[in-house]
Design a protein around this ligand. Structure first.
Ligand code: SF4
Length: 370
């Protein structure tokens, strides 16, 4: 896909002929759907591939889907809002995951699953926990590269990127094994605030602003594209001025690609934990911020995308790219319930199961048995 802005920065060319314009109506349509209106997303408009899974049976797989790999679920942070945990709480589950204990068995099972999903040509994301803390990470990078997957992304808090694994730093291994996108999570440009909200264990490594600059400098010399990912929180970045401040400060370290995310909506009956309590108190609505952008001409609307449970608006700001995303786990559950034969995404869990869900015991497509 080739994206180009035209002279007045409003139209994007996709492929040879299709023009996409920023369509503000999409925002209102999604907002009405969230308030209980009619569904605004129609999966039948997209290409679906018939595929038979060992345990999931016959399914129709969304052609552009993403395959997420849990390298591990251990994290040296304990964010007050941890998204990985929230996905379980939404399903009224506590965040407990099973593991294949033997590293060789984990890698062998992952290779088997890569062979299963490769014909579907998904993009691949590495997630956790904190993937850079896993001693298996570089082997996972090599395996994914061996099977030649398209767009490859890793999401990390950055803390392990300069650690040596397999005779080189992990960041260089990402480049060497042809990873395309590096998402670094950070809620504030201020190290003390970021460290406190992401709740790092005191003795653990931490990606401070100096380390971040070093990482971005290495990326700039390579094909690995970076993106800084910031969760909007009332006690931190929560309005347009905060977004400007965040991007302006981080751009001095070489960052030019950002995403600001709204805390995900989830089931009100979710298991009640300190995380859900924190999320309830700290929610910032992007819908309000998008309206505020109208008073800031330096934010130029570029593209918006309606997904099955997420909605994204992308802006240009001083030659930087600013994405903003809302996601609603209730819409995800509704959409999946309406189309149980459709696979929207695939996840490889530390238990070895391949599923269509972020919760490992749901939508099992290929069960792991030793
Ligand atoms: S860095 Fe990610 S996985 Fe780790 S605690 Fe924070 S949100 Fe959860």
């Amino acid at each position: 896909m080739k994206n180009e802005m035209n002279d007045n920065n409003e139209k994007i060319k996709v492929g040879d002929s299709r023009i996409i314009e920023f369509n503000e109506k999409l925002r209102e349509i999604r907002n009405q759907y969230k308030q209980g209106g009619r569904s605004d997303y129609d999966i039948s408009r997209y290409e679906l591939i018939d595929y038979e899974f060992k345990d999931g049976g016959e399914k129709r797989v969304y052609k552009n889907l993403n395959f997420s790999i849990f390298v591990d679920d251990y994290c040296n942070a304990d964010c007050k809002f941890c998204v990985a945990q929230l996905r379980y709480h939404h399903r009224n589950e506590l965040y407990h995951k099973c593991h294949i204990g033997d590293p060789d068995k984990y890698l062998s099972r992952l290779e088997d699953v890569l062979k299963i999903v490769r014909p579907l040509n998904p993009s691949v994301s590495l997630t956790g926990g904190e993937p850079t803390l896993s001693p298996l990470l570089t082997e996972v990078l090599k395996l994914v590269d061996k099977y030649g997957f398209r767009k490859r992304t890793i999401t990390t808090n950055g803390s392990g990127l300069l650690k040596v694994q397999d005779n080189d730093i992990i960041l260089n291994n990402l480049i060497k094994y042809n990873w395309n996108h590096l998402n670094i999570s950070r809620v504030s440009p201020d190290d003390s605030i970021n460290r406190a909200i992401m709740n790092y264990s005191t003795d653990s490594e931490y990606c401070d602003m100096n380390m971040l600059k070093e990482i971005l400098d290495i990326c700039a010399e390579s094909t690995l594209k970076h993106r800084l990912s910031c969760l909007l929180l009332k006690e931190c970045v929560h309005d347009v001025e905060g977004i400007k401040n965040y991007t302006d400060i981080l751009s001095q370290s070489g960052a030019n690609n950002f995403i600001f995310r709204e805390l995900m909506d989830y089931d009100k009956l979710a298991v009640n934990t300190e995380k859900t309590e924190y999320c309830n108190q700290n929610k910032v609505k992007l819908y309000d911020i998008w309206h505020q952008f109208q008073d800031y001409p330096e934010f130029i609307p570029y593209l918006n995308i309606l997904g099955y449970y997420y909605y994204v608006e992308i802006y240009k700001y001083h030659n930087m790219t600013i994405a903003s995303e809302t996601a609603d786990l209730n819409l995800q559950s509704k959409e999946k319930a309406a189309h149980p034969d459709v696979v929207y995404e695939m996840v490889f869990h530390t238990s070895g199961h391949l599923t269509g869900s972020w919760v490992e015991k749901e939508e099992i497509l290929d069960r792991y048995t030793e």
